[in-house]
Design a protein around this ligand. Sequence first.
Ligand SMILES: Cc1ncc(COP(=O)(O)O)c(C=O)c1O
Length: 329
Amino acid sequence: MTYPTTAHTDLAAIEANLAGIRARVGTRLVLAAVKANGYGHGAVAVSRHCERTGAADWPGVATTEEGVELREAGITLPILKLSPARGDEVPAALAAGITLPVVDAASVTEIADAAVQLGLSGVNVHLKLDTGMRRVGAEPDQAVALAKAIDATGRLDLQGLFSHLPISDAPAGKAFTEHQIARFTETIRTVEEARGPVPLKHLANSGGVLDHPESWFDLVRPGIMIYGSYPDPETSHSVQLTEALRWTTRVSYLKRVPASGRRLRTHLERPRTPLDRHHPGRIRRRLLPPALQSRTSADQRTRPPDRRTSVHGSDHDRSGPRAQRQGGG
Ligand SMILES: Cc1ncc(COP(=O)(O)O)c(C=O)c1O
């Protein structure tokens, strides 16, 4: 051990959180977002536990490497990569049995070509749509064309349609989220009318699970909440969560000092004045050794020289000729 601080993941807490999610969303499938090493909790351990206990049906990853790591650890659950794969990643992901999103016509071609190269057919893909987040995903009015392009490859199966909700966790985002749900619902209708049913439609992240039942569709994709945290202080507690992360460390040094002893205050601990709140530059300067506490050019731009007087403490002596030299008048 090089450092005596350890993060402990409570897998039973994650299992209990997922059970609470299942109880809330009924028969929908549950994808556990385990990207970024399971939000720091250990993607392999969390996915393995989900597989062994049946707590979740899919893990969701961000990168091909994350998905490959799960396969190498023996995870056999279907894995969805939540963001697109390009170039060499595509055959590597298909070879590892990772389900990829389609985000544009180029990704249909890339995935289909990789399927041909690997001699695969019936390769599941999920069409990712941008219903308002303005990050990754095809525009909804491209959905029918892309779905038909996927069908036309003869190699790929359109297993899913999905989109992401950026502010489903905040009451202030309610109208925006409802607008996204409506756009997604309408896009599903047009795609299914044009080429038949798509088995898995999915939209809900943690905020969706907690506060937007209309976003649940066939599968939900909670992330942060499975680890025991509500995504926002204002998200409802419609699922009771248990913290899954605990830190322990070894105290390196304890010392008793007399209660009456005087202690020197550092410059960081000087009392702040009401002025400091409006002029953060004053505080930044105080963090520097006195010799370096000159005005910055940003200060000169924002504060005219004639307002640099009438200040407190150490700034006071910079209102004289020295300050004027430094500030260029
Ligand atoms: C596509 C997608 N779905 C679901 C999630 C899980 O989100 P959350 O942690 O807010 O539940 C993420 C995380 O960013 C995501 O990118």
